[in-house]
Design a protein around this ligand. Structure first.
Ligand SMILES: C[S@@+](CC[C@H](N)C(=O)[O-])C[C@H]1O[C@@H](n2cnc3c(N)ncnc32)[C@H](O)[C@@H]1O
Length: 293
């Protein structure tokens, strides 16, 4: 066969099962931690089906466009882009959140904070709260969607993150109860609030370089960098929140690994009442609940 003949040959007819096996192999060789799962999710996206359906379609021939799209997605994954960044969405608290490059991919650990607030406020609450550093809106939109009596103000320094929050609020039917404000923490934001929630940036600047490539290169630095000791945002929030809270108002904070004691110390110095601390499913200190004194 001549080279030209090879060049002129029609597009390869690939079966779904072959595509999956090839991608699995490439991702495994490229050092990706969960190659089979990632390959299945990306192939499902390219074929516009649910990941669970991919296996049962193994013998079917994939359309050329889907093959091209899938290969491009696998290349991006091999270059270190996380699966959810490639998809542009992530599920959080059983709802799908649209992502932009300016917002953190919401993490499952953060669901703990949502659960704890929902328990505290009960089913029939009518209250106004603030979400500092809303990112995709995962926390505030979930709370608003779960409790129709709540209204909220969400702040972020990133206009792209605020746009994602607005888009997600619209998708989940809560936009009319949410105000988004570009602000540092709660600067120029009118309280008082019944409670304040925040999952602030908490990685010490010196630790950023040691994060996985997926996080370091694809989550926005503004969402990660917590200053020299990782505690800058906590210091700022613990200092400004009392002026924005009603009497006995609560502050729910996600905390980073190894930061719990330092945050408790700061909270005591700033005269907060300590309500509780909570571990995540891996047994790590993950959040604190404080009360205005
Ligand atoms: C760790 S991310 C959390 C995002 C989202 N709440 C979540 O849990 O997925 C922190 C967020 O805080 C925002 N941020 C950083 N500094 C801020 C500041 N001074 N004021 C308000 N938001 C800030 C970042 O842009 C980012 O969206």
């Amino acid at each position: 066969m001549s080279l030209n003949a090879a060049r002129d040959k029609p597009a390869e007819r690939l079966r779904v099962g072959e595509l999956l096996a090839n991608a699995n192999r490439r991702l495994a060789d490229g050092g990706i931690e969960t190659p089979a799962l990632d390959a299945r999710i990306l192939l499902a996206e390219a074929l516009s089906m649910e990941p669970g359906q991919v296996i049962s379609c193994g013998g079917e021939i994939a359309a050329g466009e889907a093959v091209k799209a899938f290969k491009a997605m696998v290349d991006r994954r091999l270059a270190g882009e996380p699966v959810h960044r490639i998809l542009g969405r992530r599920e959080f608290f059983s709802r799908m959140f649209h992502l932009t490059p300016e917002c953190l991919i919401p993490r499952p650990e953060t669901e703990l904070l949502v659960e704890r607030v929902l328990e505290d406020v009960g089913p029939d609450t009518s209250a106004r709260f603030a979400d500092i550093g809303c990112g995709s809106g995962a926390i505030c939109v979930s709370l608003l969607a779960e409790r129709p009596g709540l209204a909220a103000v969400a702040t972020d320094l990133s206009e792209g993150a605020l746009a994602a929050t607005r888009e997600n609020a619209k998708r989940h039917g809560v936009a009319e109860r949410l105000e988004t404000v570009r602000a540092s923490y709660l600067e120029n934001v009118e309280g008082p609030f019944s409670f304040i929630v925040s999952n602030p940036p908490y990685i010490a600047t010196g630790d950023l370089a040691g994060l996985s490539r997926e996080v370091r290169e694809h989550d926005p630095q503004l969402a990660l960098d917590g200053g020299a000791d990782g505690l800058e945002a906590y210091q700022a929030i613990l200092s400004c929140a009392p002026q924005h809270l009603e009497a006995d108002g609560r502050l729910y904070l996600e905390t980073g690994h190894g930061q719990h004691d330092a945050i408790m110390q700061l909270a005591k110095e700033l005269r907060w009442g300590i309500v509780s601390s909570h571990l995540d499913l891996s047994g790590l200190e993950r959040m604190v609940v404080l009360e205005k004194r």
